[in-house]
Design a protein around this ligand. Structure first.
Ligand SMILES: CC(=O)SCCNC(=O)CCNC(=O)[C@H](O)C(C)(C)COP(=O)(O)OP(=O)(O)OC[C@H]1O[C@@H](n2cnc3c(N)ncnc32)[C@H](O)[C@@H]1OP(=O)(O)O
Ligand SMILES: CC(C)C(=O)C(=O)O
Ligand SMILES: [Mg+2]
Length: 513
């Protein structure tokens, strides 16, 4: 069996999805789970693009030990310098430099001739090699590039010291046959290409990202790039969980090892979905909530007689076993801690205690506590930032009746410690809450998107609210959960505002009372 490397770009290309905005604490949390999942490389951001990305890349490099951490850079010296600043402390410093090679990008975006593009690519790789032992070079829009020109520039960047060559299907345009043929062409026509890693990076604009990635593997790719749940720019990147499971289930065809711990897939997928606020479609391959649900009589009959009739993947394979939950309102701290550790959480004693208090409150009001409920409680503690003062909801009350104007009353602590009470009306309960909180929160809020879903099973499932808003000009997503969706809504609103406050963090001075 041969081995291929898995390059995860959830925190870079994945975060380029419209509406996704992760703060550093959330990125670290996802990076640690990606390390547990066993990915070879974590692309943790684009250090030159913002102070927040720089900070996240630097801190992830200082946290993650078993995966290589990389950052993206344009073919610009200052981008490379900034990436080195962020990654010089990493165990194996790795940089990912890109430059477009297709006629349309060279002529109408970069305003450069092909010769100038070759020169810039070579210069940037040589410059990066002064600092980085590992330099990945990507030919952006490779699949719409002239194959001869692509082969030429690849030869040049390998001579300049590139250690990985990536051939992205940047706009998801290639068919599996075309994408595979490009890999074959390069392996047949570029002398020395076998000395570097050859990487595939597929987008899903035409729904062919998984098929294209598998075609690349069949034609010599030794590294695969993608994201968890397939999040990413436009229609997203290839979903890494689909590739890992396809290579496992069809190993007789591919004969390839990825090093991915398949039983960490479900947990990783849930964490990414929760922290990004990006819901997974129910019929999504491998991780959708219906992926293992059999609904029709003939299928159920077949499953009862022999599960192999309709089940090619088991939930257990991806760590989705329906575990019998033993935690409830009579459970104690030891059992709670034991479960948190088994679920992969590594919380301080103080945060565990806080989560335990929340758990007890929840256990009082809810018949069955499932792992999804615990997941939310523990994740909330994990990302909580104690250093920056934020808004805290004290209480919310809504009066609604078909003959009345909906009215909300809320009390919340301002970051300066003052308790503020406000009331407002709205066209519905949710709008009344938004209008009330708008009076409490200082600054400009515009709601861009709002969703509520249920977490867990049954009629006493938790309600999760996700709010995407523009706060003081920055787009931010907030989420929270509660037994009641209106309470979750109020909390999610303040969570979004607080995330923006925590992100600008130390720059914002909160006046003392
Ligand atoms: C295919 C991909 O996914 S590529 C990665 C895309 N990701 C992102 O863009 C997210 C982060 N980006 C950002 O925060 C900003 O775009 C920044 C900070 C990088 C740059 O911001 P700005 O300096 O304001 O430039 P802006 O984004 O408007 O334009 C991009 C510039 O980079 C140039 N550029 C694009 N790719 C490259 C490259 N690989 N190497 C060198 N220059 C490049 C463009 O031609 C343009 O240059 P121009 O200003 O001379 O016309
Ligand atoms: C930066 C590059 C690798 C990219 O994301 C793409 O081309 O899709
Ligand atoms: Mg991409």
């Amino acid at each position: 069996m041969s081995q291929i490397d898995i390059f995860d770009t959830t925190l870079r290309d994945g975060e380029q999805s419209a509406g996704i905005n992760l703060n550093t604490a959330e990125k670290i949390e996802i990076a640690r789970q990606l390390e547990r999942l066993g990915v070879t490389i974590i692309e943790s951001g684009f250090p030159a693009s913002s102070p927040g990305d720089f900070d996240a890349v630097q801190r992830i490099a200082g946290t993650v030990k078993n995966s290589i951490v990389t950052g993206l850079a344009r073919s610009i010296q200052s981008d490379i310098d900034r990436t080195w600043e962020a990654l010089k402390g990493a165990e194996q410093p790795h940089i990912h430099i890109f430059l477009a090679t297709s006629p349309i990008h060279m002529e109408t975006k970069l305003f450069k001739t092909p010769e100038q593009v070759v020169e810039l690519a070579v210069e940037s790789v040589k410059y990066a090699r002064k600092f980085f032992p590992l330099v990945q070079w990507s030919a952006e829009d490779a699949s719409r590039s002239d194959p001869e020109f692509l082969a030429h520039i690849i030869r040049k960047v390998i001579e300049a010291g590139a250690t990985t060559i990536n051939l992205p299907d940047t706009v998801g345009y290639a068919t599996p046959h075309e994408y595979g043929a490009m890999f074959k062409y390069m392996t047949d026509n570029v002398a020395g290409i076998e000395k570097v890693k050859l990487s595939a990076h597929c987008h899903n604009d035409l729904g062919m990202a998984t098929a294209n990635t598998l075609a690349a593997i069949e034609n010599g790719a030794t590294q695969i790039e993608g994201t968890i749940n397939g999040i990413g720019e436009r229609a997203g990147n290839v979903a890494l969980e689909e590739i890992a499971v396809a290579l496992h289930i069809r190993k007789q065809i591919f004969n390839i090892e990825t090093g991915i711990k398949l039983n960490e897939i479900k947990r990783t997928s849930q964490l990414v979905s929760q922290l990004t606020g990006s819901l997974i479609q129910p019929n999504k391959a491998v991780v959708g909530k219906n992926a293992f649900a059999h609904e029709s009589g003939i299928h159920q009959d077949g499953m009862l007689k022999n599960p192999l009739t309709y089940e090619i993947i088991t939930p257990e394979l991806i760590g989705d076993a329906a575990t019998e939950l033993v935690l409830g309102k009579h459970s104690g701290r030891h059992a709670f801690k034991d479960r948190a550790v088994k679920m992969g959480f590594d919380l301080t004693e103080e945060k565990l205690n806080k989560a335990f208090v929340e758990f007890k409150k929840l256990a009082d009001s809810k018949k069955e506590i499932v792992e999804a409920d615990l997941y939310v409680l523990l994740t909330d503690q994990q990302i909580h930032d104690n250093e920056t003062p934020v808004y805290k909801l004290e209480s919310v009350q809504v009066q609604y009746g078909t003959a009345n104007i909906p009215t909300a009353t809320a009390s919340a602590y301002h970051p300066n410690g003052e308790l503020i009470n406000e009331a407002a009306t709205g066209a519905g309960s949710v709008e009344a809450i938004f209008n009330t909180l708008e009076r409490i929160v200082e600054g400009e809020v515009h709601i861009l998107d709002y969703r509520v879903t249920s977490i867990g099973k049954g009629r006493d499932a938790l309600g999760e609210a996700v709010i995407n808003m523009s706060y003081n000009g920055e787009t931010v997503t907030g989420r929270d959960v509660a037994q009641d969706v209106l309470e979750a809504t109020a909390k999610a609103y303040l969570n979004a505002v607080n995330r923006q406050i925590v992100q600008v963090g130390k720059k914002v001075r909160i006046p003392a009372i």
